[in-house]
Design a protein around this ligand. Structure first.
Ligand code: FEH
Ligand code: ZN
Length: 362
């Protein structure tokens, strides 16, 4: 099979013809239909996770995976209800199953866990072995390129916005900010509209084309922040909404400047959630943060149940997708575009797999 693999840091992926992986008794072999390309893949190549992951080369990246069940291990129970030819997605947090967070269902934050594409082989390949417990069957089949991103870009902001909802900062007289309008942001704006109980949703980004898509996805107001000071942005917010502050905000970028702006715009007792990870540290002034009783949430990826909810929304056609389809051979040039921030929406490698045919592996 073909796989695009990392052999060293800071180098393009190498497209190789390798053996289709064997599966363990509790695994399923998934024939990859779609593999979403995430900014974290670029960070992986750039060594951002080198210290934390201590992964050995070669690494096959790709943690947003949709595909077909191609072979099933001997110990996969019938109760898993998986059959060759089923359309599936891969839930990405693979925990040890026994720690407190795993027992709570939050396998993506298991201290002993792993993520496909960051150690275990990921979806930048024609086949990938997956523990059966991490698969979710898709009843109403969707396009590969719409399905794969739901496992990260489409679900990560969903979990983050649920945290804001639980913080009690939503309502029709409230203002909700979304920072970033790319991969995660183009989904975040939709969840902001769905979950914020009528709050005014404002999207902040630096690219007019991305902001125009955010508007189509339901943003009430968009603000281009390029080259503007916090004061300028606040003035524009006031002009467009009649409010100077945000009650809630989600940062889908993770850059110092979006976090500073988001926290700087928060109203007293406002809540902020970080899901983006472009930068390396958070630097926020302490006194206004404490004295205004602001709340900061970290929110990492999503758990199995979050993904089930997002899949239910997608199958009810309640999610709009902004996708760039990529050919497998073009993976490296699109990683470069991703690095430069030049991808509109989510880039997804689409393999030549008919989503309606069983296509078992022989
Ligand atoms: C995955 C692994 C490590 C860091 C960040 C990620 C994200 O893409 C998940 O949202
Ligand atoms: Zn990701």
């Amino acid at each position: 099979m073909l796989a695009a693999r990392m052999r060293e840091y800071h180098k393009p992926l190498v497209i190789e013809d390798i053996k289709v992986p064997d599966i363990l008794p509790d695994q399923v072999l998934v024939r990859v239909g779609g593999a979403g390309m995430c900014r974290s893949d670029v960070q992986l190549i750039d060594g951002y996770f080198a210290e934390a992951l201590k992964t050995k080369f070669p690494i096959t990246p790709g943690h947003e995976i949709s595909g077909l069940v191609s072979a099933i291990g001997d110990r996969v129970p019938e109760s898993a209800q998986l059959a060759v030819g089923d359309q599936v997605v891969v839930a990405a947090g693979w925990g040890d199953g026994i720690c407190r967070q795993c027992r709570l269902g939050n396998e993506q934050i298991c201290e002993h866990g792993s993520w496909p594409g960051f150690g275990p082989p990921g979806g930048y390949a024609e086949f990938v072995p997956v523990p059966y417990r991490q698969l979710i069957r898709v009843e109403q089949r969707l396009k590969w390129e719409e399905l794969a991103p739901l496992t990260d870009a489409g679900v990560t902001p969903y979990r983050g916005i649920k945290k804001l909802r639980a913080a009690g900062v939503f309502g029709p007289d409230r203002v909700m900010g979304v920072f970033g309008a790319s991969g995660l942001g183009s989904y975040a704006v939709q969840y902001a509209k769905l979950l914020s109980s009528g709050a005014t949703v404002v999207v902040f980004a630096r690219n007019d084309e991305k902001l125009a898509i955010a508007k189509e996805r339901g943003a009430d107001v968009t603000i281009n922040t390029r080259g503007k000071s916090l004061n300028d942005i606040q003035g524009e917010l006031f002009k467009l909404t009649g409010h100077r502050k945000l009650d809630a905000a989600i940062d889908c970028v993770g850059a110092e400047e979006t976090i500073q702006a988001g926290i700087g715009l928060l109203a007293t007792a406002g809540a902020f959630v970080s899901v983006g990870l472009v930068g390396t540290r958070i630097n926020i002034p302490l006194f206004p943060f404490t004295a205004s009783e602001l709340t900061y949430h970290g929110s990492f990826w999503a758990n199995y149940a979050d993904l089930q909810e997002v899949l239910a929304l997608a199958q009810k056609e309640k999610i709009q997708h902004s996708i760039k389809r990529i050919k497998f051979q073009d993976v490296n040039e699109n990683l470069e575009l991703l690095r430069a921030g030049d991808i509109i929406g989510r880039a997804v490698i689409v393999f030549d797999v008919d989503s309606d045919s069983p296509a078992p592996h022989k």
